[in-house]
Design a protein around this ligand. Structure first.
Ligand code: HEC
Ligand code: HEC
Length: 221
């Protein structure tokens, strides 16, 4: 009897925990294999520029996004991060209902994705960034250096090999939305380690750290 009830508790717990675990660890079968196959291919910047027309309507011709934060800036983002995020969006591992139809469309190919990623990584930044209010940057800097720099880099440059996004000079309202969505699991692909870090943050702390990232100089190119 004891074994049976222990088993029942274990099964119930597993059922309760599964949705949370799925939201935070996007380990779909074959996802990692597809990612490494695509990243082994060299992208073609010129072809990428041509293929980017599909994306321009939202991300803008210069890929600077929108300063109201509705659309992220993509210039200079690591090619590996672009490929991973688009694959996640395409497979529904990252929630993005407005963009998903464009990347599940059969006319959008994986060669185009690799080419676009090479193009974006090399694209210089132009346009303007929607910055935060700048009212608590000292606190933002302190939090960033303590809790975020180990992954996202001292100057927000991210890490291409580990798929940590570049977060410098990104639109404030986008950063704010993503930090909250990652914390709550509503983004889909939430990094479990990052969730642990941002869980105890107050709204004012999330605003301060997002503001700080939005004010950082563009890391590259
Ligand atoms: C209908 C508008 C729309 C189109 C078209 C679109 N996107 Fe997006 N994209 C978005 C939105 C909105 C987001 C941010 C969603 C969020 O808030 O999480 C996004 C996010 C992204 C991200 C994640 C950026 C990051 O910092 O994590 C990448 C990469 C991206 N888009 C690439 C593309 C590419 C490549 C194309 C063309 C093949 C494209 N998008 C077409 C609306 C669009
Ligand atoms: C353990 C490493 C790690 C730590 C620590 C971490 N992050 Fe992240 N962060 C990630 C990863 C990985 C992603 C991308 C999620 C994915 O693809 O699954 C991400 C995504 C983000 C994004 C979305 C970027 C975009 O372009 O969409 C923001 C904003 C962000 N992190 C901010 C922060 C802040 C602020 C902190 C500190 C309070 C922090 N992160 C701490 C690993 C980390």
């Amino acid at each position: 009897m004891k074994t049976l009830s222990t088993l029942l508790i274990a099964v119930t717990l597993a059922a309760l925990l599964t949705p949370v675990a799925q939201a935070q660890t996007p380990a779909a079968p074959g996802a990692d294999a597809q990612l490494s196959t695509l990243l082994a291919k060299p992208g073609d910047v010129d072809r990428g520029k041509a293929a980017f027309v599909t994306c321009e309507g939202c991300h803008r011709k210069n890929a600077s996004g929108r300063s109201d934060g509705s659309i992220p800036r993509l210039t200079g983002q690591h090619a590996s991060v672009v490929v991973k995020q688009v694959l996640d969006i395409r497979a529904g591992r990252r929630s993005n209902p407005s963009m998903q139809p464009f990347v599940v469309d059969p006319s959008f190919t994986m060669t185009q994705l690799v080419d676009i990623a090479a193009y974006l990584q090399a694209l210089p930044f132009e346009g303007s960034i929607g910055k935060g209010p700048g009212t608590d940057l000292a606190r933002g800097k302190q939090l960033y250096e303590r809790d975020c720099a180990a992954c996202h880099g001292a100057s927000g440059q991210g890490d291409a090999v580990k798929f940590y996004p570049m977060v410098s000079a990104q639109h404030y309202r986008y950063l704010l939305r993503e930090v909250i969505a990652i914390r709550d699991g509503s983004r889909g692909n939430s990094n479990a380690e990052m969730v642990k870090v941002v869980k105890p943050y107050t709204p004012a702390e999330i605003e301060a750290v997002s503001d700080y990232m939005s004010q950082m100089a563009p890391s590259k190119p």
